[in-house]
Design a protein around this ligand. Structure first.
Ligand SMILES: [Zn+2]
Length: 393
């Protein structure tokens, strides 16, 4: 994401996407611009048909009713793509995140050439339904991404240093931007989703990975090295019992470690792979996450204890985050949110337990997991890129 280095035109577009419609005065105040600068910045966007003036709304207070400015909803379309190990989820959206079309296709091959070809074919087919190619493309995946374009390491695809944005742009003729999926999802929730108007806003994702996106003043916090929100290896479970087992009520339990050897970090205890490994070691057979959550399995006392440990660990993570940031809203999503829904009492008790005695209760929302929502996160990246391109004209 371009952040504060962007042009005034781009900042106006992003403000109208994230908070619009706004009056000229509200827009100027939000961006810290004088009335003259606001007018001068908005004029070319009005002329280009990207922004329109709306008639005054019903009078709600004293004074002259004011016209508002809004992004023109059909002036552009955006393709958002979320890549997983076996599937590509795509949505086509308007500038304000309305989903116009969507599609999910299996990834039969995961080499960059095949994935780029698939993105290009989805762009063409969804574009054809609307009679135009998307204006920009955003791609999100669970990986470290450099400069909104190069996938540094995506272990689930076996990729290293893949210039994905460049390859997709070359294949489609459309500008493309790439980002870590949690960051992209945080933008989408802050701009078009439940996080709209909540500042600071925090998004915690629980799944195969565990991550967090923090949105402060409308921008996702990157940190000095792009690693802000890397909460996956924080210690969240305190070993209990004589053998140091995390699941003290089941004697003989094996300690589950994360891939780098921590006992009791968030990934070890609360990631989907941590949970399924704990269940396998306890029951002596491999189960998928869906099988673990099946009521017949989830009711068994050993499994129930593992799930409650995971819910408590997630509560510790969210409670700590709330203590550090005091978000106006924290949303928890991802495949693992089903565990919290089933053991909400444990999760909420832990969040409440970590709260400072004088702090207001934390607003925490559990959001059912849908891959299309993640694809919409990728579309937010595409909107952001478009704002930079249009705003620079
Ligand atoms: Zn770890």
């Amino acid at each position: 994401m371009a952040g504060s280095g962007r042009t005034l035109g781009a900042r106006v577009l992003v403000a109208l996407v994230a908070a619009g419609p706004l009056s000229r005065t509200e827009l100027g105040e939000r961006l810290g611009l004088s009335a003259a600068t606001t007018t001068r910045t908005v004029r070319p966007l009005l002329e280009a048909g990207k922004v329109a003036e709306r008639p005054p709304q019903e009078q709600t207070g004293p004074g002259r009713p004011t016209r508002t400015l809004a992004v023109v909803e059909d002036c552009a379309t955006f393709l958002g793509v979320k890549l997983t190990a076996d599937r590509l989820y795509a949505v086509l959206t308007s500038p304000v995140g309305a989903v116009l079309e969507q599609e999910a296709v299996p990834l039969e091959r995961t080499d960059p050439e095949a994935v780029v070809a698939l993105v290009a074919s989805v762009a063409a087919s969804l574009g054809a339904r609307r009679g135009r190619m998307p204006d920009t493309i955003g791609i999100s995946l669970g990986a470290a991404v450099a400069g909104d374009s190069v996938v540094k390491v995506a272990a689930f695809l076996g990729w290293r240093d893949v210039p994905l944005a460049e390859l997709v742009s070359a294949a489609t003729g459309v500008a493309c931007t790439v980002a870590n999926d949690v960051r992209a999802f945080a933008y989408a929730e802050a701009w078009f989703g439940v996080g709209r108007g909540a500042d600071p806003f925090a998004l915690v994702t629980l799944g195969e990975g565990i991550g967090c996106g923090l949105v402060v003043g409308g921008e996702v916090v990157s940190g000095a090295h792009g690693a802000a929100g890397s909460i996956g290896h924080l210690p969240v479970a305190v070993p209990e019992g004589p053998t140091g087992s995390l699941h003290a009520s089941s004697p003989g339990a094996t300690d589950i470690r994360c891939e780098v050897g921590h006992v009791g970090c968030a990934r070890a205890v609360a990631s989907t792979s941590g949970i399924t490994r704990a269940v396998a070691s306890r029951l002596g057979r491999e189960l998928t996450m869906a099988e673990v959550l099946d009521p017949r399995t989830a009711r068994q006392s050993e499994v129930r204890e593992i799930l409650r440990t995971a819910a408590r660990a997630a509560g510790r993570l969210v409670g700590s985050l709330v203590a550090f940031l005091d978000p106006a809203l924290t949303v928890v999503s991802g495949e693992g949110v089903a565990v919290l829904q089933a053991h909400r009492d444990v999760f909420e008790a832990e969040v409440a337990r970590l709260r400072h005695w004088s702090a207001s209760p934390a607003a925490v929302q559990l959001r059912p997991f849908e891959f299309e929502e993640w694809a919409r996160g990728a579309a937010a990246l595409a909107v952001d890129r478009w704002a930079d391109l249009v705003g620079a004209r």
